[in-house]
Design a protein around this ligand. Structure first.
Ligand SMILES: Cc1cc2nc3c(=O)[nH]c(=O)nc-3n(C[C@H](O)[C@H](O)[C@H](O)COP(=O)(O)OP(=O)(O)OC[C@H]3O[C@@H](n4cnc5c(N)ncnc54)[C@H](O)[C@@H]3O)c2cc1C
Ligand SMILES: [Zn+2]
Length: 445
């Protein structure tokens, strides 16, 4: 039988999870394989399959998972398929806590594959015959969490003897003694005195908000989908900072009634009836596919610049088609959108990388706002230094309390190092993720 220690040498295993200590792997550290839900699910599945292949997990070497998010539960389900006993521990009160608490975000399993043809399918896996640890259909985030919870709960019944799930059990893996006790625990749970693997699937938290200001976190239910961002009786200045996919998603949630996938289909239909329209759309899709391929090998500033230039040039080609697209987009704007003064700022000369679906819509929206309101929403090379309350408001309560109130923002222009202030009622900070650093003590295998 293969020596399970070979798992440490396997290049594929290293791609999915980082070894932090003997038999202790972290699925989230140094993420190389993508952070979206599908990537997390697949990394967990592939890692566990490898561990089983090497004999590091078996019916006598159990799996201990820390974190009952989509990754942890996918790892558990994969192990159960091979009759590996599993314990899941999570500090939260329920599984899929992030998605469960958010009622205002629409999740679609395949939309980010656009322009690949499977983007329209609203179920995962997109072909019914394909297998996946967790399956799901497009829905609001909390409803997607419900779909996953049903699958987990049915396993808790049918595999009662193999699966233990413990909530409200935070695992403090930063403390050496606690880590050792968990490894001992795993040790004891195995009848032949061998233990299997501990897999940390603790997620990638969002970077902290800029204190003292409090903004809605990405997975919090917020008010951006309400007409005029919920401030329909007055004009409001809106700042969305970051420029990446989170920022792009939120700009689109503020601006457009339909969800991005529906919007794309509507736009395509608008120009699909003429040969020139179909040609324009083909050029768009093939250009994006080409840029995607290039980004996969080198995501350099030059790639981002060329992507920005690509959008500029495609919007200059065939003005009458672009004008039809703008009209369709403007018909889909949220009520009271015209009362919002939008700024979309980022620290770089060009918009950072994001999924093509959101990026294309953001570019078309920018183009439409420029055309209709003579207002450029893109503000590149801007770093936020400080956000503080304006007037008599204190930012010490909650995101709901800061929302809609005027705040003063200190910006720095990174090109000429100048500083200036601006005032905004709605501030959306999407500055990326804090990759966790787990510095593990050495424990002998
Ligand atoms: C800001 C942001 C935006 C995103 N946008 C998208 C998107 O639009 N589309 C998409 O597909 N994906 C998106 N993702 C990615 C998606 O959220 C994640 O890929 C998915 O939730 C990650 O699943 P996970 O299981 O790795 O982590 P999580 O869902 O974060 O689960 C981690 C679990 O571990 C638990 N935990 C953490 N620490 C401990 C501990 N010490 N002890 C015990 N339990 C612990 C937590 O309670 C949680 O239940 C986004 C992620 C973030 C952070
Ligand atoms: Zn405030």
């Amino acid at each position: 039988m293969a020596d399970w220690r070979n798992i440490y040498k396997d290049p594929w295993t290293k791609k999915f999870a980082v070894k932090k200590s003997p038999l202790f792997f972290d699925l989230n550290n140094d993420i190389q394989d993508g952070i979206d839900i599908e990537s997390r699910m697949r990394s967990a599945e592939r890692f566990v399959n490898k561990a089983i292949e090497y004999g590091a997990l078996s019916n006598r070497r159990q799996l201990l998972v820390i974190g009952a998010g989509v990754a942890g539960v996918s790892a558990a389900i994969t192990a159960l398929k091979h009759h590996v006993p599993v314990t899941i521990k999570d500090g939260a009160r329920a599984a899929f806590d992030l998605q469960k608490r958010c009622k205002t975000r629409w999740l679609h399993p395949n939309q980010y594959k656009w322009p690949a043809p499977e983007y329209e399918h609203n179920q995962y896996p997109w072909l019914p015959g394909l297998a996946a640890p967790l399956t799901w259909r497009a829905a609001h985030s909390h409803r997607v969490a419900l779909q996953w919870n049903k699958q987990l709960n049915s396993l808790r019944k049918s595999r009662r003897n193999l699966l233990t799930v413990q909530y409200r059990t935070p695992v403090r893996i930063d403390e050496p003694t606690l880590l050792e006790s968990y490894i001992k625990l795993a040790h004891e749970l195995n009848s032949d005195e061998q233990f299997g693997i501990i897999l940390a699937c603790m997620g990638t938290p969002e970077k902290a908000s800029l204190k003292p200001f409090r903004g809605y976190r990405f997975w919090e239910s917020d008010r951006l989908r309400e007409p005029g961002c919920g401030l329909s009786d007055k004009s409001a200045s809106v700042l969305i900072s970051g420029g990446g996919d989170g920022a792009q998603q939120d700009l689109l949630r503020i601006a457009l009634k339909p969800h991005p996938l529906k919007m794309i289909l509507r736009l395509k239909k608008t120009i699909d009836h003429t040969a020139a329209g179909r040609q324009w759309w083909d050029r768009l899709e093939s250009g994006i596919t080409r840029m995607n391929r290039r980004a996969a090998t080198s995501l350099s500033p030059a790639t981002l610049r060329d992507l920005a230039n690509f959008y500029d040039s495609i919007f200059r080609q065939n003005p009458s088609i672009v004008s039809d697209l703008r009209e369709t987009l403007q018909d889909a704007l949220c009520p009271h959108f015209e009362r919002l003064q939008i700024t979309f700022s980022f620290q770089f000369p060009h918009v950072p990388w994001g999924y093509p679906l959101n990026r294309f819509l953001v570019e078309l929206l920018r183009n439409s706002i420029m055309e209709r309101f003579q207002h450029e929403i893109y503000k590149p090379n801007l770093k936020i230094e400080l956000i503080k309350p304006h007037h008599r408001h204190r930012c010490d309560k909650s995101a709901a309390d800061c929302y809609g109130r005027s705040h003063e923002i200190h910006f720095r222009n990174l090109v000429n190092n100048s500083e200036f202030n601006g005032y905004y009622h709605i501030i959306v900070i999407r500055h990326g993720l804090n990759l966790p650093r787990l510095d593990m003590p050495h424990v002998a295998a």
